[in-house]
Design a protein around this ligand. Structure first.
Ligand SMILES: C[S@@+](CC[C@H](N)C(=O)[O-])C[C@H]1O[C@@H](n2cnc3c(N)ncnc32)[C@H](O)[C@@H]1O
Length: 172
């Protein structure tokens, strides 16, 4: 009975999210610092983290950019609960968390979007959704996984040889 409940409440949502865009694998701490250094987020701009996991990326961005609003959305209920608990202890007022599916989100509402998703989902879904919905000059930051070659003129990649790359796609 308890095992069935745990499977239903914890493992099934994690498996669904894993198949939807990516399983939970966190951005490395040092790379969160690097991300915050290269992020361009001005006063009043809105930042979205697609698949916020435990919320640490959104927490760091919200802390550094206090005059921007930061939204983290997460599909897997257990990860969402962990992010909400972390936000209670470490979060800032300008950070919001929602249990939501990235593919149902309207990217028009954001100036900067961060994602750490599996490359097949990135290429087939996230990048097209971003290019269809986002405002001109909005930016999509992709951790580790590259943006399709056809958009290479709109992409700047950050990271030394041994570092994980952060690719930034600008909507034109
Ligand atoms: C690779 S992890 C990245 C976690 C966090 N962004 C980080 O960088 O530390 C991907 C996260 O996306 C979530 N996820 C998967 N599919 C999703 C979807 N369709 N909508 C929102 N979140 C999703 C997973 O549950 C997981 O927490």
């Amino acid at each position: 009975m308890w095992l069935a409940l745990i499977v239903f409440i914890v493992l099934v949502p994690l498996a669904i999210a894993g198949a939807s865009m990516a399983p939970w694998v966190p951005t490395r701490k040092s790379d969160i610092t690097r991300l915050c250094e290269i992020l361009e987020l001005t006063q009043g701009q809105r930042f979205l983290e697609i698949g916020t996991g435990d919320g640490r990326v959104s927490e760091a961005v919200a802390k550094k950019f206090k005059k921007s609003s930061v939204v983290g959305i997460e599909l897997a209920f257990p990860m969402y609960i962990i992010a909400v608990i972390r936000k209670y202890f470490y979060g800032s007022k300008n950070m919001t968390l929602r249990l939501a599916n990235a593919f149902k989100e309207d990217f028009w509402n954001y100036d900067v979007i961060y994602v750490y998703g599996m490359p097949d989902k990135m290429w087939a879904k996230i990048v097209p959704q971003f290019l269809n919905q986002a405002k001109p000059w909005a930016k999509l930051y992709s951790y580790v996984f590259s943006i399709p070659e056809e958009y290479k003129q709109q992409v700047v990649s950050y990271g030394e040889e041994k570092e994980a790359k952060i690719h930034v796609l600008t909507k034109k």
